[in-house]
Design a protein around this ligand. Structure first.
Ligand SMILES: Cc1cc2nc3c(=O)[nH]c(=O)nc-3n(C[C@H](O)[C@H](O)[C@H](O)COP(=O)(O)O)c2cc1C
Length: 228
């Protein structure tokens, strides 16, 4: 009997392994996108980015490119030193923030929810559907969130910093997310994009639609799109 079951089991495993549908769904769950290297020699002066930064709530109906996504994420949390230090300061270099992106209209990246990995400068797909309309609803119906090609979602894992600094660590997280938000806003200007910082959203709805782990706190939502 056992002698008979073994070859059958082997046959089933082989069929599953070569079945394109099965391989595709396996691949989908683990989609990892290595982002192109960011540009670190842009010619846009910092004074011009400061002068031109404004909250922009209307975007052109134009896709962003994977290079622009790379640039925005690098500005947010990119690694800029061999010691692993990043573009934005962090109390005790503990890096409590995690960045997600809700993508809807980006050349070369399927719609969905992605998590940014600063060490690898890569994105891991978490959800394979366009969630922008739901995100807009979670932002009290702010319609520009549904229309922007993408939104960055800055979140924190509070225990990473509370373990070291106690309750004061919460203040540090709020200071840090401000630094990251401003980095994104200024990088957006240099890319000729517009953005607005969104603090008005329902935490529980964002938590649910991004399928976030229990300990992750959503802090800022930042839609980005080309200016018209
Ligand atoms: C913490 C914070 C939360 C904000 N939340 C929202 C928001 O939910 N929706 C929105 O449209 N703008 C939001 N803004 C943007 C402000 O309305 C905007 O910065 C202000 O009107 C000044 O305009 P400016 O950014 O063009 O200089 C927020 C800004 C900050 C700093």
């Amino acid at each position: 009997m056992i002698r008979c079951i073994f070859p059958i089991a082997l046959l089933i495993v082989s069929i599953l392994a070569i079945n394109p549908l099965w391989s595709k769904s396996m691949k989908k769950e683990q989609t990892l996108i290595t982002l192109p290297a960011p540009n670190t020699t842009g010619a846009f002066p910092i004074e011009q980015t400061l002068l031109q930064r404004r909250s922009v709530r209307k975007y052109a109906e134009k896709a962003l490119t994977i290079q622009e996504v790379s640039q925005l994420l690098w500005a947010a949390q990119g690694i800029t030193s061999p010691r692993g230090l990043r573009t934005a300061p962090s109390a005790g270099a503990l890096y409590p923030l995690e960045t997600f992106v809700a993508i809807g209209n980006v050349e070369g990246i399927d719609p969905g929810i992605y998590h940014y990995n600063p060490e690898k400068h890569s994105l891991t797909q978490k959800i394979t559907r366009d969630k922008r309309a739901e995100l807009s609803e979670a932002c009290l119906g702010q319609s520009y969130v549904a229309k922007a090609p993408l939104s960055l979602i800055l979140t924190s894992v509070n225990y990473r910093i509370i373990n070291q600094y106690g309750e004061r660590g919460i203040q540090y997280i709020h200071m840090e997310v401000g630094h990251v938000g401003q980095n994104i806003a200024l990088q957006a200007v240099a890319l000729k994009c517009g953005t607005v910082m969104i603090g008005a959203f329902t935490d529980a709805k964002v938590h649910k639609l991004l399928n976030l782990d229990k300990e992750i706190v959503p802090l800022y939502i930042i839609p980005v799109g080309k200016v018209e």
